[in-house]
Write a protein that binds this ligand. Structure first.
Ligand code: ADP
Ligand code: GN1
Ligand code: MG
Length: 393
């Protein structure tokens, strides 16, 4: 495992006390005022490491010094075409979670996000260019990681995402808007990949023949969970759909999982997909965009601790079929994510943020390396799930 990598705030890019040269902050400043911080706000820094939205840390004057108090985000309109629908999902779920957490004897102000309405009472602010902004409280003494720094931490993450599923198990699924249709429909993702390959807009297909072949060889796999969902064998639940390790905050003092964040993609979905996306990102020995593939491996030990944490919370909620679908969730979420990165590379990097031209290809390669290793260890992956679900082999 690489040294720990915490997510921390970056440069000051807007300040009410001094002018920052060279940055056009018009919309950011408007957003700061729209949420009522106005002149009281001390400054704003860049924040976070997400691939989709722009995230900012808002500092307000504290007792002794300026304190990180709010997280302000510009939502990517290209990805989220219905920002009001996204915010309705988020408000509905977080309000519901508050009650559940209160009943559990927990602290709703730390264990779920509190979103803030604009001064005029809307769930988000639309700037002069039509871009949506939204805002929530920063949770003090919390830490966010890109890589698990210990198995215990990854166990915590399994336990937290499992607990999240349990907390929302009675939330009415049909109250949720499907804000990105077919988000984790792996069959449709495969089809979109085929279209991108056929168009080959940037003439990049020639630079990634082995990766393309890797995907084409797995067309049948793409249907494994979609078929079970369509047949009614696997139920739709309230799922998070983006369960990366960096979408969970840990308590800075106790190190325990504290709060699930990045609630944009809460939608009806399969438990296996939430489980699988966590494994894809967290049970890996390197970051998603590591160029040296020799550093990238599927870590079955980390997989096991996640299974333990996740099933301790969910084994009485999930059906037997759902439990047995979990290892496929890991394989398919990893394959699907690789397919999405490769399709975006072929279509010219229009979806995920990239830092250099082959960035999406590099990301696809790490995912395919993980898929390959999961395929080789698939029987063990199934045995581990059965062991913690107490299913006789
Ligand atoms: P994105 O859709 O861009 O991933 P997120 O809501 O996940 O948006 O926020 C981006 C990143 O900002 C997160 O991965 C995390 O690193 C950081 N972040 C957001 N909120 C907090 C918070 N309250 N405390 C610490 N880090 C946070
Ligand atoms: C995106 O926004 P972020 O970085 O949390 C993406 C996920 C991918 C992930 C890959 C809305 O998540 O689906 O799995 O990148 N989110 C969206 O790192 O597409
Ligand atoms: Mg995120």
């Amino acid at each position: 495992i690489e040294p720990k990598q915490k997510v921390e705030a970056g440069e000051v890019i807007f300040s009410t006390r001094r002018k920052i040269d060279g940055i056009d902050n018009r919309n950011l400043e408007d957003a700061v005022y729209a949420f009522g911080f106005g002149k009281k706000c001390s400054y704003v820094k860049t924040f976070g490491a997400g691939h989709i939205n722009e995230t900012y840390a808002v500092y307000m004057p504290g007792e002794e010094k300026d304190e990180l108090s709010y997280v302000l985000q510009r939502v990517n309109r290209n990805v989220f075409k219905d920002p009001a629908g996204v915010m309705d999902n988020i408000f509905g779920v977080t309000e519901y979670l508050r009650n559940v957490i209160r009943k559990e004897g927990g602290d709703p102000d730390r264990e779920t996000l509190s979103y803030i309405k604009t001064k005029s009472g809307s769930t988000y602010f639309e700037d002069s260019e039509g871009e949506p902004w939204r805002c929530y409280n920063f949770i003090p003494d919390s830490v966010c990681y890109q890589l698990a720094e210990s198995p215990e931490q990854f166990y915590q993450s399994g336990s937290s995402f499992g607990h999240f599923l349990k907390q929302l198990s009675d939330y009415p699924v049909d109250r949720l808007n499907e804000t990105i249709p077919d988000f984790h429909n792996t069959v449709k993702r495969f089809e979109a990949f085929q279209v991108a390959l056929k168009r080959d807009l940037k003439n990049r297909a020639a630079t990634c023949r082995p990766e393309i072949q890797f995907v084409l060889d797995r067309e049948k796999d793409c249907a494994v969970l979609v078929d079970q969902q369509e047949a009614g064998t696997l139920p739709l639940r309230v799922t998070h759909n983006d369960t990366k390790l960096n979408n969970i905050l840990f308590d800075g003092k106790t190190g325990k999982g504290l709060c699930i964040i990045d609630l944009d993609t809460i939608m009806p979905g399969l438990a296996a997909n939430d489980f699988g996306d966590s494994i894809r990102f967290g049970a890996a020995t390197a970051e998603e965009d590591e160029r040296d593939l020799n550093k990238m491996h599927f870590d079955i030990g980390l997989y096991e601790v996640y299974v333990k944490g996740y099933l301790e919370e969910t084994k009485d909620v999930l059906t037997q079929e759902e439990i047995e679908s979990l290892p496929w969730g890991a394989r398919l979420m990893t394959l699907e994510c690789g397919i999405r990165f490769l399709a975006d590379y072929l279509q010219g990097d229009t979806y995920f943020k990239t830092d250099y031209p082959e960035h999406n290809l590099v990301r696809a390669r790490t995912q395919f390396r993980l898929v390959d290793e999961m395929e080789q260890q698939f029987e063990q992956m199934k045995e581990i799930v059965r062991k913690y679900a107490c299913i006789d082999i």
